[in-house]
Design a protein around this ligand. Structure first.
Ligand code: NAD
Length: 358
């Protein structure tokens, strides 16, 4: 996989929004290994402890700290960089936070995406753009069937709805400006819908793995919300490799690949939250958990599975780690973090993961 991706990305200019976040920091590592020249655009990390700083992310890219809602600044930074590729990850990504700041979540996630696409339209050079949304863009029917890319978009909570809005915006721009007959036809535009990802270096509040790791490190009970929820857990390197493959295909044949793609684990490989927590305790070697009274909670989707046949068929992308392996890699990263630099841990896991594709 390393050689295949290097052919596309070596010495290419990649504009990465959300580079200071969890997934963005991992993608920054990947792009560095591939020899790309990266310009990042995001807010400064909010937490004192964060992967971007632990990686010394400033040394891995030209880092612009600015708001995606500042459309003039965004347009200026993109125009000056003339990117070959754009990966748009900047977002307000938390469901529960979206109940506290609903309008801001829509501004950042939906209008922020439109701002980015306006900047892409103004570019004079060909450019392939991958917009990162989520598996939560589908109208969740709480049924056993996996969602396909042509299923109905929806979203109960503001986060999910804002990402569904982003998908509608992408579709509108694509149809209106990026298809045959339009001057932007050489610019590929696709979206990637991935499920919950896990991996080392996620220190955010209100996410399952950081909560689990913090409790394990402090010898406290892990507090479990929604123990019966089934989520398509996946190691962060899996969808990120999917986004990179998608970018490569877009660059080669924009007309053929400018669509939405799901990236998730194999259908049979889903885990209930409670089982994930039990496996994490096993991997750590000790620990305990307690279930939070469900009465205190805002609505969050329960059952959610993705159909990944399209990514397999059109991109040649398939998951290479089971949920259990993903969890073991993740807990391993946190265990080794005391003794090894974050960048070494992440670079090693990425290389090991790409080797699995041989
Ligand atoms: N982590 C997951 O499990 C998961 C699952 C599905 C989809 N996603 C999507 O992947 C993307 C990255 O998520 P993450 O987990 O790395 O989140 P994160 O919170 O770690 O990172 C979010 C990034 O967006 C930036 N950002 C937020 N508001 C901004 C603003 N107004 N202007 C500019 N930048 C802003 C932050 O600075 C940060 O760099 C998001 O689009 C998210 O919706 C994440």
């Amino acid at each position: 996989m390393f050689n295949q991706l290097t052919e596309t990305y070596k010495n290419k200019r990649v504009f990465l929004t959300g580079h200071t976040g969890f997934k963005g920091s991992w993608l920054l590592c990947m792009l560095n290994l591939l020899g790309a020249q990266v310009k990042g655009y995001a807010l400064a990390p909010t937490d004192n402890v964060n992967l971007f700083n632990q990686l010394n992310g400033e040394s891995l890219c030209e880092s612009v700290i600015a708001d995606i809602r500042d459309k003039d600044r965004l347009k200026k930074e993109i125009a000056a960089f003339k990117p070959d590729f754009i990966f748009h990850l900047a977002a307000q990504p938390l469901v529960r936070r979206s109940y506290e700041i609903p309008a801001e979540t829509f501004e950042v996630n939906a209008i922020g995406t439109a701002n980015l696409l306006d900047a892409v339209l103004a570019l004079q050079n060909p450019c392939s753009t991958v917009i990162i949304t989520t598996d939560k863009v589908y109208e969740n029917k709480e049924w056993i069937y996996p969602y396909r890319e042509n299923d109905v978009l929806g979203g109960y909570d503001p986060y999910s709805a804002s990402k569904a809005c982003a998908e509608i915006i992408v579709n509108s721009y694509r149809q209106s400006f990026f298809t045959v007959g339009h001057e932007n036809v050489s610019k590929g535009l696709a979206s990637g819908r991935a499920g919950n990802v896990i991996g080392g270096g996620d220190w955010a509040t209100d996410r399952i793995i950081p909560d689990v790791v913090k409790a394990l490190q402090n010898d406290e009970d892990i507090v479990v919300r929604n123990p019966a929820s089934v989520r398509p857990w996946q190691h962060v390197v899996e969808p990120l490799t999917g986004y990179l493959l998608l970018g490569a295909k877009l660059a080669a044949q924009p007309g053929l690949f400018s669509e939405a793609y799901n990236f998730g684990p194999s259908i049979a490989d889903t885990l209930k939250v409670e089982d994930l927590v039990k496996q994490a305790i096993d991997a750590w070697g000790s620990g305990s958990y307690k279930i939070l009274n469900p009465g205190n909670q805002v609505h969050e989707a329960g059952l959610l599975k993705l159909d990944i046949n399209k990514a397999a068929d059109k991109l040649g992308w398939l998951p290479h780690l089971t949920s259990t392996e993903a969890l073991n890699w993740t807990i391993g990263w946190y265990r080794n973090f005391k003794n090894q630099p974050a960048i070494d841990l992440s670079f090693t896991q990425i290389k090991n993961y790409w080797d699995l594709w041989q």
